[in-house]
Design a protein around this ligand. Structure first.
Ligand code: NAP
Length: 120
């Protein structure tokens, strides 16, 4: 995919998959909108990315809070005028073995992540 000029929203941008995607994509001419709960870490990553002359905005967002998600989408739309790609990597590993399977864990995580897509 040609990413030049594309607006890419990344949730979970302060660690693991999200952070690495942000750093890799910052070399491909994208405009980045980064979200996670740790604002200081977001700032540090955004400052590093801006050194590549990449446009990068960030905002604190807890994907368990619907309002935070709405604000993240609105913030990105206002700054960049749209969203081309959403990489929803925010998450934590919750062990949920079949012997003690609890479907409410799955439901809550699906709801929060899909809220971002609904917002877009
Ligand atoms: N790495 C793998 O090989 C792998 C494989 C399969 C599945 N997964 C799943 O993919 C997801 C990401 O994996 P990872 O390895 O990148 O994990 P990670 O290194 O722990 O990073 C998780 C990211 O999600 C953010 N996050 C967590 N809860 C959040 C919340 N409520 N709101 C907003 N941001 C939140 C964290 O930032 P803050 O703490 O700053 O909010 C962090 O940036 C996890 O759910 C993991 O179980 C990972």
């Amino acid at each position: 995919m040609d990413f030049i000029g594309k607006v890419v929203l990344i949730s979970g941008a302060t660690g693991g998959i999200g952070e690495q995607l942000a750093k890799q994509l910052s070399k491909e001419g994208v405009k980045l909108a980064l979200f996670a709960r740790r604002e200081e870490k977001l700032k540090k990553i955004a400052d590093e990315i801006k050194k590549n002359k990449t446009e990068c905005i960030y905002k604190k967002c807890d994907v368990k809070k619907v309002n935070d998600i709405k604000e993240a989408v609105e913030f990105t739309m206002k700054k960049f005028g749209g969203i081309d790609v959403a990489l929803l990597t925010a998450g934590v590993l919750v062990p949920n073995p079949i012997q003690t399977f609890n479907s409410s864990i799955i439901k809550s995580s699906l709801v929060t992540q899909s809220q971002i897509l609904m917002g877009i």
